[in-house]
Structure formats: structure tokens, C-alpha cells
Design a protein around this ligand. Structure first.
Ligand SMILES: Cc1cc2nc3c(=O)[nH]c(=O)nc-3n(C[C@H](O)[C@H](O)[C@H](O)COP(=O)(O)O)c2cc1C
Length: 328
């Protein structure tokens, strides 16, 4: 079905979004090959891994790692570049430079990263402690950029400062076109349980679209978070690693071994093309571990994959696993 015959689920300003499940930005995972695969299965927006404003402002060109993070595959439709930083001027300059030099559809500001060095400096989730600064940055970004500006937030710095409603209103008032909400505080990191009721409160408080995020682990969770929060779309992070089928609302346990193997091998091939064979194979291990997770024999296979430095042998191990182990 092409986009003309489909009905958008929601709009980010004027950009139609043809789906309500979206791969979350994940540093070290949501690169172009993985995002493109998830798009094929139904992920409706493509967020880059977070990229620092400082690295974008490097006088010549950004370093090789940053350049790679900025690459999009032709299959990706709604291209969202996510940036983070703590210096207002640098964030605005980096965003302008990006818009001038790079094809992107949306600029997203990271206000959720809980990594200590980043948050303590006032970037990522550290921004949540400075609502007035958020207002200034988003107002400036929406003034100077042609593309819509969006934000990804957490619920606050810690349990005593859950200021998500204030932040959501500030974002909307200053022109943000969408808010993605990871329903945890910075202090929670990735522990505890995501508080979906806060997403519902934000959805009630603003008119711009809201993406619900945090602890969506199964296909059934997608419907649950939608009905409990009224969110416009569902952002899925960890549960999508090794499981792009979740974007097609298919349970991984029901995927036929042949289909499983074909997808893993295709992901591997595109990953190797993107990163080069040697580095690519090492980097693919973390994806492979997650593709085999929960299956009988996974621990032995992981061990073999960890020691394997040959692409053909890597594929053979996966083939053997698919045929012998998964075929129950
Ligand atoms: C390995 C890893 C890397 C992440 N990197 C980013 C990032 O670059 N930008 C961002 O906004 N969130 C990042 N996150 C947070 C996720 O986008 C998401 O908000 C979080 O994992 C909760 O969703 P989940 O329960 O579906 O995983 C990262 C999470 C993980 C596990």
C-alpha cells in the first residue's frame, strides 16, 4: 500500500505519520541499517542516535562517527535527527548547520539522556531542571529552522521534581511539534516501572502529538499503552532489539525459523556494508545476541558467535541454530 491510499495516524506539524509504532533512538543500536529494517516492518519515524551539538559544530566536517550517525537509508521516510547539548547558542548553531548541510525532516532535542556526565552538565535530562532555558532554546530553534522541532523528555529529574506537565506546556507554547515521553525520571535510569499515567496526563494537557515510551515489551503492550494513555504513537526501544517484528505487531515467538534467519542475515549483510566487514561483525554481535535471546541453546551460540571473526562461519552458526534449535 502506498502512502496516498493510507490515512496518517497523526501529523508532526505538516508531516503525515503513517503508523503509530516508532523505533526509539538508541545509541549504539538505532543506526541506519537497523532503522531501515524497522521501517520495513512498520516503524513510522526514524530517529538517529543522539548526536552532540559540539561534534556537529566541528570547524571542518564532523568526525567519522558523527558522519555515520547522520546517514540515512533511502527507505527511511520521516528522518529525525536527535541532538543534545547544554550550551544554548551551540544547540541553535548546530541545528542550523544541520539544516543547511543535511537532508532531515525533523529536528529532535534530547532531554532524556540520564548518562551522568551528560545530565550533570545540563544536557539530556539535565535540561529538565531548567525550564526557562528549555523555553528559550525551543523558541529560538522553531524561529530559525524550517523543519519542525520536537523533544524527547523524561518525567523530571527525580521523584521530588516531576515537572513533566510544566515542561510539556513550555514545549508546546514555544512551538514544539511533538513530545516523546519516556515515563521515568532521570534518577530512575532504566529501573523501576515506567509510569504510563504521566503520559496520559501530558496527552490531556497539550494538543501536539505525544509518543508514549517506556516498558513496551510485547505486541499486547502497544494496545495497552495506547488505551491507557491516549498517546498518538508508541515508541519502542529495548524490546525492538533483535525483534523488528514488533513493528508489524507480530510476536517473535511465532516467526517461522526460515523468516527469522532471512531477516537476521539481511540485517547482518546491511550492517557489514555500513560498517565494513571487520568492525561490522564485531558490532553485530550485540544484535545477534538479542536475536537468539530466549531460545534454547542461545548461551552456547552466543559464546560461539563471540569467538567468531569470519562472516561465512558466523552465518553458518546462525543457519545451524535456525534449523536445529528453533525448529521445535
Ligand atoms: C542502549 C540504549 C541507548 C539509548 N540511547 C538513546 C539516545 O541516543 N537518545 C534517546 O533519546 N534515548 C536513548 N535511549 C532511551 C530510549 O530511547 C528509551 O527512551 C528507553 O530505552 C525506554 O524505552 P524502552 O523501555 O522501550 O526501552 C537509549 C536506551 C538504551 C537502552
Amino acid at each position: 500500500m502506498n502512502n496516498q491510499t493510507r490515512v496518517p495516524k497523526f501529523f508532526v506539524r505538516e508531516i503525515p505519520i503513517y503508523g503509530d509504532v516508532i523505533l526509539a533512538p538508541m545509541d549504539g543500536y538505532s543506526d541506519a541499517p537497523f532503522r531501515a529494517l524497522c521501517v520495513e516492518f512498520g516503524s513510522a519515524m526514524s530517529y538517529t542516535e543522539f548526536i552532540s551539538a559540539e561534534s556537529l559544530l566541528h570547524p571542518a566536517v564532523p568526525d567519522a562517527i558523527t558522519q555515520r550517525k547522520l546517514r540515512f537509508d533511502a527507505r527511511e521516510r520521516v528522518r529525525v535527527v536527535q541532538i543534545y547539548g547544554h550550551d544554548e547558542d551551540k544547540i541553535v548553531q548546530a541545528a542550523q548547520k544541520l539544516q543547511d548541510q543535511q537532508a532531515l525532516d525533523i529536528l529532535d532535542l534530547n532531554m532524556g539522556c540520564s548518562v551522568r556526565d551528560i545530565a550533570a552538565r545540563g544536557a539530556g535530562a539535565g535540561m529538565l531542571r531548567e525550564p526557562a532555558k528549555i523555553a528559550r532554546i525551543v523558541a529560538r530553534l522553531t524561529r530559525v529552522l524550517r523543519v519542525p522541532v520536537t523533544a524527547k523528555i523524561r518525567l523530571g529529574w527525580d521523584e521530588r521534581t516531576r515537572n513533566y506537565l510544566e515542561i510539556a506546556r513550555i514545549l508546546e507554547e514555544n512551538g514544539a511539534a511533538l513530545i516523546a515521553v519516556h515515563a521515568r525520571t532521570k534518577a530512575q535510569g532504566y529501573g523501576g516501572v515506567a509510569d504510563w499515567s504521566a503520559i496520559a496526563e501530558i496527552k490531556q494537557a497539550v494538543k501536539i502529538p505525544v509518543l508514549g515510551n517506556g516498558d513496551v515489551k510485547t505486541v499486547a503492550d502497544i494496545a495497552r499503552i495506547k488505551s491507557q494513555t491516549g498517546c498518538d504513537g508508541v515508541m519502542i526501544g529495548r524490546a525492538a532489539i533483535g525483534n523488528p517484528w514488533i513493528f508489524a505487531r507480530q510476536e517473535r515467538a511465532r516467526i517461522a525459523p526460515r523468516e527469522w534467519l532471512a531477516v537476521v542475515k539481511r540485517h547482518l549483510a546491511e550492517h557489514l556494508e555500513f560498517y565494513g566487514a571487520t568492525r561490522g561483525l564485531i558490532l553485530f554481535r550485540k544484535h545477534a545476541y538479542r536475536y537468539v535471546q530466549g531460545e534454547p541453546g542461545a548461551a552456547a551460540l552466543r559464546h560461539a558467535l563471540m569467538l567468531c571473526n569470519d562472516v561465512r562461519e558466523f552465518e553458518r552458526l546462525l543457519e545451524e541454530f535456525a534449523v536445529v534449535v528453533i525448529k521445535k
